[in-house]
Structures are given as C-alpha cells and as structure tokens.
Write a protein that binds this ligand. Structure first.
Ligand SMILES: CC(C)(COP(=O)(O)OP(=O)(O)OC[C@H]1O[C@@H](n2cnc3c(N)ncnc32)[C@H](O)[C@@H]1OP(=O)(O)O)[C@@H](O)C(=O)NCCC(=O)NCCS
Length: 92
C-alpha cells in the first residue's frame, strides 16, 4: 500500500504471502511501481532488524537516510529510506 502525491510515493506497507516468499514477488511489484513515470521519489520506513526488508530496499536502490526511534509498534527503531529518480538529495 502506498500514497502518491505530486510525484512523491510514500510506501506504507508491502507483504508477500509466506508461501510465496523469496521468489521475486516483492521486488517485481516494487520495481514496476517505481518504474511509473509519475513516481519521482519514494520513501518508506523499515525496522532496523528487518533483514528481508532492508535487503529488498537496498537492492532496489533505496538509501538509508536516518533512524526513527521506536517507530515500529512504538518499540522498534526504523530506518527512513529514500529513492530518487534523479539521484538528488532530498530536502526534509
Ligand atoms: C520483505 C518481504 C515483503 C519480501 O518479499 P519477497 O516477495 O519474499 O521478496 P523477493 O523474493 O522479491 O526478494 C527480493 C530481495 O529481498 C531480499 N530478501 C527477501 N527475503 C529475504 C530474507 N528472508 N532474508 C534476507 N533477504 C531477503 C533479498 O535481497 C531478495 O533478493 P534475492 O532473493 O535475489 O536474494 C517479505 O519477506 C514479507 O512480506 N515480510 C513481512 C512484511 C515486511 O516485513 N514488509 C516490509 C516491511 S515495510
């Protein structure tokens, strides 16, 4: 699930049915979404201990920007990650 506003895509959540994981489903889905001309920058938060999520986003060219303390379920820290079509720095 995500929100697209003025070219900024906020990826809220993504999950693959456990029976179909590690088959490239999430990577293909996200790559397709990111490839849309209307998407200029994409943002998301992922728990710092979510190895699968971090690997997925690293592989799609997301950069780790900073850590939000106690973001996930108000207990786990999360990386804020960003991907820009232009490779530019984002102004927060
Ligand atoms: C994260 C998640 C969406 C990945 O879905 P998926 O369809 O299995 O992912 P893919 O098969 O497309 O994997 C793409 C890459 O992600 C990484 N990855 C995926 N699962 C991984 C795992 N269990 N451990 C380590 N890296 C993993 C790998 O780099 C993988 O590429 P590779 O298979 O060529 O090594 C899935 O594990 C999931 O639903 N997790 C629970 C929900 C969640 O954590 N969502 C993300 C938080 S925002």
């Amino acid at each position: 699930m995500g929100l697209l506003i003025n070219g900024d895509l906020d990826i809220v959540s993504i999950a693959t049915d456990p029976r179909f994981r590690r088959r490239g489903v999430a990577r293909k889905l996200l790559a397709h979404v990111l490839d849309q001309a209307s998407v200029k920058k994409a943002f998301l938060e992922v728990a710092v201990d979510n190895e699968a999520g971090l690997n997925l986003y690293d592989g799609l060219g997301f950069q780790r920007e900073y850590v939000r303390q106690k973001y996930c379920q108000r207990t786990r820290d999360a990386w804020v990650m960003m991907r820009s079509e232009m490779g530019e720095n984002v102004v927060w």
